[in-house]
Design a binder for this molecule. Structure first.
Ligand code: FPP
Length: 234
């Protein structure tokens, strides 16, 4: 499969990915779980580049959920380090490739140096628009929806669907067209529940550290074969 196998007229605008299976990938190799996260970061680098190549405009990656705080402190610390490493190593490329970084979630409880790094990355890429890279960190969809409701209540108004969307972290962005979940599980794990109302759901048994261009092309090709009706008839 290569790029030419895709229908250029039907590239998903917004792709979201639950990057699952890092731990199992490492365990299978008799390595510590964090080894899998490190390899997972390399696939983040790849998927951003590959999304640019394919022409995806919005890419949302689930990096850390509100539930991930239940993991051992060592693993949490490692994931925080990886975020810093990703920004340190990739920021210049992201800037020159036209990628804009946006965060979904509440980063306040993260260590100060992670928050500072993220804010620096947001600021350095704010005038880009070729690819919007949403990184979901300390993100939970129910929390996001409740936050939006409470913001609307604070504004003292009843809101339309469109106005409601503007209270979400994905403000001004289109709904998700394609959700990709590698790692074998078939669930949504509190991710973008509002934005995925009409998304096509693609599940793969491959672990995230093995999810390369070929797998992304497969997923997009699969998406192009779907008949999206949005509740209507076709
Ligand atoms: C799920 O696999 C993965 C995570 C909780 C972390 C995802 C983070 C990265 C890929 C690191 C880099 C991210 C960015 C944006 C730079 P798991 O550990 O739950 O795997 P398992 O189900 O096999 O245990």
């Amino acid at each position: 499969m290569n790029l030419l196998d895709l229908n250029q007229e039907n590239i998903p605008n917004h792709v979201a990915i639950i990057m699952d299976g890092n731990g199992r990938w490492a365990t299978k190799r008799n390595k510590p779980r964090v080894f899998g996260h490190n390899e997972g970061m390399k696939r983040v680098v790849d998927v951003v580049e590959n999304s640019l190549t394919i022409g995806i405009k919005y890419l949302t990656l689930y990096a850390f959920s509100t539930e991930n705080w239940k993991r051992p402190k060592k693993e949490i610390d490692f994931l925080m380090q990886i975020l810093i490493k990703y920004i340190d190593e990739q920021l210049n490329r992201l800037i020159s490739n036209g990628v804009k970084i946006n965060i979904l979630g509440d980063i306040e409880p993260l260590p100060d140096k992670v928050v500072d790094k993220i804010n620096y990355a947001i600021d350095s890429t704010k005038s880009n628009s070729k690819l919007i890279l949403n990184i979901a960190i300390n993100y939970g969809s129910r929390q996001e929806i409740l936050r939006a409701v409470n913001l609307a209540v604070k504004d003292g108004k009843e809101v339309s669907e469109e106005e409601f969307s503007s209270y979400l972290y994905t403000k001004d962005q289109p709904d998700v067209d394609l959700l990709i979940r590698p790692g074998g599980e078939k669930r949504l794990s509190n991710f973008l529940l509002y934005q995925m109302s009409y998304a096509e759901l693609y599940f793969s048994d491959i672990y995230w550290p093995d999810f390369k261009m070929e797998e992304l092309l497969e997923a997009v090709k699969w998406y192009q074969e779907r008949n999206r009706r949005f509740g209507g008839l076709k």
